[in-house]
Design a protein around this ligand. Structure first.
Ligand SMILES: [Mg+2]
Length: 195
């Protein structure tokens, strides 16, 4: 069992941006446009990201890098983040949950003090203030949740979907997440072949 913190509610609760995205997704498949879908974070192909002209990545934490609210990260995950940095990518971790658990990731920006996902303003502030970048089409968001992380898509960024690492998240959270993924699979089945 991994060490976990009690759930924090400050930025993880229901917001208008989340509700709006939730209800609009079935009618605007463009908001689900997926660059790639992979099973695990460490399978994200760095070559493909670079070939697409990406210079910076924003990475979700819970369900993507670790179990929900965990402070433990697998060596493979830590190594893959370091490979991204070595490849010349700017890397930031952008989570709606608490942010004081990423000391193990050296050279990574921890995105704080921006609007919670999926508000497009949060993604754009993370890009400008943390990655020090100007153009959203040079940024890729990597995450397990189309409702929250997928807000990067209407912000003009590429999106890589990771199959969620199962953890102790609540049922509503899991259902929201599964709903987004099933819509994306419906509209972009080609991206999910091999998952
Ligand atoms: Mg997540």
């Amino acid at each position: 069992m991994s060490k976990t913190n009690p759930p924090t509610t400050s930025r993880e609760g229901l917001t208008w941006a989340k509700l709006l995205r939730f209800f609009s997704l079935p009618f605007f498949p463009g908001k689900l446009k997926t660059f790639l879908a992979v099973k695990r974070f460490e399978e994200v192909p760095i070559d493909s990201i670079l070939a697409a002209g990406i210079k910076g990545v924003l990475i979700d934490a819970d369900g993507t890098l670790c179990e929900h609210h965990s402070r433990e990260f697998s060596p493979a995950v830590i190594e893959h983040v370091q490979k991204m940095i070595s490849a010349g990518l700017k890397v930031g971790i952008y989570t709606n949950a608490f942010e004081d658990r990423f000391e193990i990731f050296t050279g990574v920006e921890i995105v704080t003090d921006v609007h919670p996902k999926p508000d497009p303003r949060g993604f754009l502030s993370a890009m400008k203030n943390h990655l020090r970048m100007e153009y959203p089409n040079e940024v890729c968001m990597i995450g397990d949740n189309y409702i929250t992380d997928g807000g990067a898509i209407p912000a003009g960024m590429l999106f890589i979907y990771i199959q969620p690492i199962k953890g102790n998240e609540n049922l509503l959270h899991s259902l929201f997440r599964a709903y987004g993924a099933s819509l994306a699979k419906f509209y972009f089945p080609d991206k999910f072949r091999g998952m």
